[in-house]
Design a protein around this ligand. Sequence first.
Ligand code: IVH
Length: 689
Amino acid sequence: MSQSDSLPSSLPASVRETARALRTALDDANHRYYVLDEPTLTDADYDRQLRQLQNLEAEHPALVTPDSPTQRVGAPPSAGFSDIQHAVPMLSLGNAFGRDEVFAFAERVADRLESAADDLAFSVEPKLDGAAVSLVYEHGRLISGATRGDGRTGEDITANLRTLRSVPLALRGNDVPRLLEVRGEVIMRHAGFAQLNARARETDSKVFANPRNAAAGSLRQLDPAVTATRPLEFHAYQAARIEPDPGDATHSELMARLAGLGFITSGELQVLYGPGAVADYCEALGERRDELGFDIDGAVIKVNHLRRQRELGFVARAPRWATAWKFPAQEEITRLEDVEFQVGRTGAVTPVARLAPVSVAGVTVSNATLHNADEIARLDVRIGDSVAIRRAGEVIPQVVRVNHDRRPDDAREIVFPDCCPVCGSDVERVEGEVVARCAGGLYCPAQRKEALKHFAGRRALDIDGLGDKLITQLVDNQRVETPADLFTLDVAYLQTLPRMAEKSSRNLVNALDSARSTTLARFIYALGIREVGEATAAGLAAHFGTLDALQAAEQEALEGVNDVGPVVAAHLHTFFRQPHNRQTIEALRAAGVHWEEQAVATGPGPLDGQTWVLTGTLETLTRDEGKARLQALGARVAGSVSKKTACVVAGEAAGSKLEKARTLGVEVLDEAEFIARLDETEADDRRSE
Ligand code: IVH
């Protein structure tokens, strides 16, 4: 379907043509970004084209139709949701627990179909743990979207669903059905969920117990503008109605067709024959569950042929043609035995729950984070309480709920310490901040250890062989206080430490020697200044060129750097004004830590007007460093390859961008060639100054 179909013919052809081109470009960009996960436009280009379309629509209001990309957040807040009757009821699924029950399910299906269980084709896919919704498209346009409700009647949440970029407003391609009802799940990925809750904790807003609640809660906002800010994704898993009737198709074919129409569908779907293969796959999927980045609570097993699905029909509220293999729950109940307080690199004092060990989705959990004092108050949790623990993916286990009805009489209140549990310094809570901090700074051994771990880390000075245990010993023995002391370590001392033989001691001394030669960006990052991550460090290095210039910079000059706001600028300014920090930096330089000073980007750079793309994994420098060095030379660094791209840098495992560069005949450099080119261009640039 073409994006111009709905544009009124009363408008001049040139206006319609421009609007059509912008709509198509924006829809394509959306689809590539949110559905295919292969961005082609930069955010700035997207915003620019969106503004152009908005301006054009302001001049010609007849261009504004509901499927215009400008209309995702169009509706005002509503007073409540009206009902929508589902034309086809939204059913639930029966369960199969374990292999035997999958075999029994397949036998039941085979009996009814008078077929052999091993000949039956099943489609197996993840059971997404979000909020089920149903979308109706007429002639390719989104007409309505509803919650499941009681299965027969749902709530009309069309205005909210329109704000999800993974919900097409107009279907894509040339094979658009007259009528389509698509069902699927709205999910929130772990990363988005963690960010949403972190922000909520800072701003005293609603904290969600799990991504499912967050997805459902975000969809039921009365103001679509709120839903629009939530990181939600719609994944399609069923075509409940299609006209014209696709005839003798299979579920897996329909899913491929939905992908073509613009929906996210499961990349994990497999068509398998017989219950043995189905059960094997369900087990294997369970093993990989933590790697998907979002919650799944099982696998859904469906008879693949739609004709056979129709033959099998329904019992009560569940289809006979499908069942759910359930994974172990990601939430379990246990007892909070104690709370300890840990001190991090920046002095943040974090309460950690010590739990009676409990197995959560196959992993034994005995610690969980309680975040901060506000979180303890929000949960109203005491030592001795029975608590619900949630573990998912890479996210640290969390206490999500407290069972207040089961609070024992001897439950003890959790008292936040006034003094640092490690060094005894005052614990301070700054007005407006939720985090309490130990005021000891580098006097505090806990902060010192964390600062040293950060300094030695792979993305900082990358000191091979200097692990956490060794750092703990060195600090506890008072042999190392600041990072500069590391460079005074010798083999004779190191080999007196437990588990350190002569060879490992020598290796560490050699590693320290190599670490002396670094880059300015890594050095700035290694200092561990609050809120100065790798990208900010690279930006600062590119902007100031030398450490002296950075140290001398006033707040205002610091704010002139990309991504540096007033808060980060203040952290930097304070850091470099502390005498002990200056002493440490001097001592590091005296110990031989060095880098090549960079040219500052003033005036036109040698790569002005060029767009570069970095793809794949780089080994010797980080992407942020590469990007900062290119930018310092005047290049623009983009996320996608086009025929205007000057050069593509392809690291390990570069994928589609490399392929595209080759097809378009764009110059490609490997990592070694890239570094050589950077060095050469920087040297030329310095000579010409
Ligand atoms: S197919 C006739 N496929 O599971 C039911 N459902 O217990 C057809 N669900 O509320 C549903 N992932 O929201 C199907 N890949 C998937 C699913 C899935 C999650 C949910 C669905 C429904 C519940 C049924």
